[in-house]
Design a protein. Structure first.
Length: 313
């Protein structure tokens, strides 16, 4: 629902931070082997050749910094050679996930999430994804492997496949290990703001009479990506936020926006000046520019409904 901006410099920094972890583990497996359920795993010739190729900085960097547009070709090539649940898949999981993502202290999930610079969950825009570091520990959101690590372990450390998300969207009943290829999901780096658009409608037979009666209206999607609504339960979850829309409707009916706009502009006479965007933000009670929609929960909902009601342009 909320896009993420490409940052190839951060992707390169991410590669530099983890390349030795991955290449050292590859070298160890090639020389000493690896066990699965206490039994040695035979490394196939194609797997050995692929692992040898990743000992080259250039080849490993291509994989780790690959943009989402390239994931389809990578998956087609590698998933056929190293099928899900095969020994090859197990070895790749051990290299990228167990040794690097899960166990290595050199890979800081906290630092990684900070690099992404998104304040709310990009899947739902309902929950904050702030990072906090204190003397007693770190608080951070989850990282979703957009292409699941169990199915596509070779993408397990690819920068643009690691998506900071809230616990709800990455948890039980939502994303979990669902495959974007079968669910129709779009990587947040490829999303456009226009891919989703909210509207509302009065519920038949009910009268808008109270700010407490949020059941008098229903939030709907004018534009959507069906897979996202299905996987992340966006339609059902956003029904719970009808009270926010109700308040915006009341503001539009009592001519709140223009009155408050004029009031704030008069403050310029006292040396306190507000830009048009700042005034829009105070009228909405949320951020009012496209680039800022990630900064506060429900930013996209407020933006769409506010424009529909004429509260902002």
């Amino acid at each position: 629902m909320i896009s993420i901006l490409f940052d190839d410099v951060a992707a390169k920094d991410h590669f530099v931070a983890i390349k030795n972890i991955i290449q050292d583990r590859i070298a160890n497996i090639l020389s000493r082997g690896i066990n699965r359920d206490n039994l040695p795993v035979a490394l196939s010739a194609p797997l050995r050749a692929y692992l040898q190729s990743l000992r080259s900085d250039l080849e490993l960097e291509k994989l780790i910094t690959a943009r989402p547009e390239s994931f389809g070709n990578i998956i087609t090539n590698l998933s056929q050679r190293f099928p899900y649940l095969s020994d090859e898949n197990f070895v790749l999981y051990n290299i990228f996930i167990t040794s690097c993502y899960e166990k290595s202290k050199k890979f800081s999930k906290f630092s990684f999430i900070q690099r992404i610079n998104r304040d709310t969950c990009v899947y739902c825009n309902r929950n904050y994804t702030y990072c906090i570091s204190s003397p007693t520990g770190e608080i951070k959101p989850e990282i979703d492997h957009f292409f699941p690590k169990t199915i596509y372990p070779f993408l397990g450390m690819s920068f643009y496949n690691l998506i900071p998300s809230c616990q709800v969207c990455n948890g039980f009943g939502a994303k979990e290990q669902r495959d974007p290829l079968t669910e129709g999901l779009v990587n947040p780096y490829l999303l456009k703001t226009s891919d989703f658009r909210f509207t509302y409608k009065p519920v038949s037979g009910r009268i808008l009479a109270s700010l407490l009666d949020k059941s008098s209206i229903e939030i709907q999607f004018v534009k959507e990506i069906p897979g996202h609504l299905s996987v992340f339960k966006l339609k059902e979850l956003y029904k719970q936020h009808a009270d926010h829309v109700l308040e915006l409707i009341i503001k539009s009916k009592v001519k709140y926006a223009q009155t408050y706009r004029n009031y704030l502009r008069r403050y310029s006479e006292k040396g306190l000046r507000f830009s048009d965007n700042e005034i829009d933000r105070m009228i909405l009670g949320n951020y009012s520019t496209e680039d800022d929609l990630h900064k506060r929960p429900l930013g996209k909902l407020y933006w769409d409904i506010g424009r529909e009601l004429g509260l902002i342009k």
